[in-house]
Design a protein around this ligand. Structure first.
Ligand code: UDP
Length: 195
């Protein structure tokens, strides 16, 4: 699939429609995909931190969130078709999920925010099953318990909001174990949905 490298980060050149189609196929084939919604801050973090960079480079899909990154792909001589914002991609995947009755797990934010997010998403997308949710304030000693709960829910989509510094390395570290077809960091999206 087509990518353009921005400071070593392979940014997908697919537009929103093709991105959704690719991830729909990933769900149907049960192939784990880590989706990173990249912006300039994420790329800069990667330049500062080799471990973070290796997470970005081994993600199955890095989409161009953020106008600065879209602009950079033009400067690199290989402009992407359009911005693929994480918030929009979340909603597009939920729409497709209604047709297929996908299961979704929501991880991150405070207990209040995640509960309200689960309620609202279930109301907006009744065809999708919110198979589970939990807040994002836990340490490494709880990782295995969190992973077990996610695996027991057998989700098709896993959205993780724990701040970019934490969520991408966390997904990267555990993606094989989790084995969820679409695992995506969504940053502040739950705060927006619940607010
Ligand atoms: N968050 C979390 N656990 C943490 C830190 C943050 O669940 O340890 C959540 C926070 O509640 C918010 C989201 O992650 O819903 C994004 O946080 P923030 O905007 O601080 O992170 P950024 O994306 O700006 O790094």
């Amino acid at each position: 699939r087509p990518v353009v490298h921005i400071f070593g980060v392979p940014v997908s050149r697919l537009n929103m429609k093709d991105t959704v189609q690719l991830l729909t196929q990933a769900v149907q084939e049960r192939r784990p995909h880590q989706v990173v919604t990249a912006n300039p801050i994420i790329v800069m973090t990667g330049l500062d931190d080799p471990d973070y960079m290796s997470v970005l480079q081994s993600a199955e899909l890095v989409v161009p969130d953020g106008a600065g990154l879209v602009w950079a792909t033009g400067v690199a001589g290989s402009p992407v078709a359009e911005r693929v914002a994480g918030y929009d991609l979340l909603h597009e995947l939920m729409k497709v999920g209604e047709d297929y009755h996908w299961k979704v797990y929501l991880l991150g934010s405070t207990p209040e925010v995640i509960q309200e997010t689960a309620n609202r998403l279930q109301k907006i997308y009744p065809g999708v099953l919110i198979a589970g949710y939990r807040d994002g304030y836990f340490g490494h000693e709880q990782d295995q318990e969190v992973i077990a709960a996610i695996k027991a829910a057998q989700p098709d989509l896993l959205f993780v909001a724990r701040g970019a510094d934490t969520q991408e390395p966390w997904i990267g570290r555990y993606k094989q174990e989790l084995g969820v077809p679409v695992m995506m960091g969504v940053g502040g999206s739950f705060d927006v949905i619940s607010g």
